[in-house]
Write a protein that binds this ligand. Sequence first.
Ligand code: FAD
Ligand code: DHB
Length: 392
Amino acid sequence: MNTIRTQVAIIGGGPAGLLLSQLLERKGIDTVVLERRSRDYVLARIRAGVLESGAVDLIREAGVGARMQREGIVHDGTFIAASNRGFRIDFRQLTGGSVMVYGQTELTQDLYQARDAMNGKILHEVDEVRIHGVDSDAAHVSFRWQGRERRIACDYVAGCDGFHGISRNTIPASVLREFERVYPFGWLGLLSATPPVSDELIYASHARGFALCSMRNPALSRYYLQVPLQDSVEQWSDELFWEELRRRLPAAAAETLVTGESVEKSIAPLRSFVAEPMRWGRLFLCGDAAHIVPPTGAKGLNLAASDVYYLSRALLQHYHEQDDHGIDDYSATALSRVWKAERFSWSMTRLLHRFPDQSDFDLRMQQAELEYLESSLAAQTALAENYIGLPY
Ligand code: FAD
Ligand code: DHB
């Protein structure tokens, strides 16, 4: 068997794994990244688009912020629309902060480029990845690559392999606790090479269901519609999508919407999920491997970034200062922030979507909450400080 040795074995070459690898290697800590898919596959996935300022700072610290700095769009506020009316939440005025619109796909590309420039070890299309001995001093990872059995001996394993990865289930069932809510609808997303309908995002609550207008750049728009879970992409022609989006937007936006052929269209289910603990012995969970949020509020990628922040600090403290406090506290520190983002994403989802079993009372509560948000600077400030991201 072919065995290599590294300090930190990283399972998963998504944003969490790549960012962790980049931050550690820049400080002299050796890593190997194992990714199940090809690089082209990873780079074709269209996912998140909004970065909190904490994530932006971390990306800069990792030395991969140059293109984001040039091409990313700073947003100082967002629109909330309901019943053909809308109001703006001014992040800058209420909190002094802002967010950056820059696609996860672009960020992942920048990370791969930076890792290549440093001769980073990333193995693609690995199979049968298994984690061993993380509850002992002989941690290692076994896998198949290019038709051969391989093994990585390591000090630590970072499980950055997303919700469907294998890392989380390495933690014994007697230790692992999982908390979950599955929502009775999904988001149908459409990417189109058209100018965005608005300079800022529009989160729209409507009797027919939620809609979101987002963007990637001045010539590329990303729109979402709440759809029943049973719907398939094939049922939604581009024409149907645009027609439905227009119906759910305030008239002023619907009239100026520029439509075009879709570049990508996909349906994502909505789920809230947290696994505890996020550390077991020498294994750390990071990003979607440990938690999922419904996308309302754009927290998924940002939570992966804050986990990476805490974990990179903890590992640097271990290797450079022989101090294990960060490692010991990693799970509690990360989870404290994770649960607050879970709460925010759940509350935004509840506020803006139509639920199949909603009673008239529930609808009135939703309406009252929206009116309160519109009229109260205190409520707007609470939303804004969560949206721009709670401090690390
Ligand atoms: P991932 O990006 O999932 O990366 C994990 C990596 O591990 C993948 O590359 C995977 O191939 C690899 N992997 C899995 N299993 C193994 C294995 N056994 N061995 C080796 N490698 C493995 N968030 C938002 O904020 N806004 C959005 O609009 C949004 N849209 C989304 C749409 C979809 C369809 C999905 C799935 C997620 C979306 N998210 C969104 C969430 C956001 O994209 C994630 O939170 C973010 O990708 C988390 O990064 P990660 O690195 O933790 O996980
Ligand atoms: C995007 C996705 C979100 O979930 C969100 O809240 C804002 C923007 C996006 O893909 O652009």
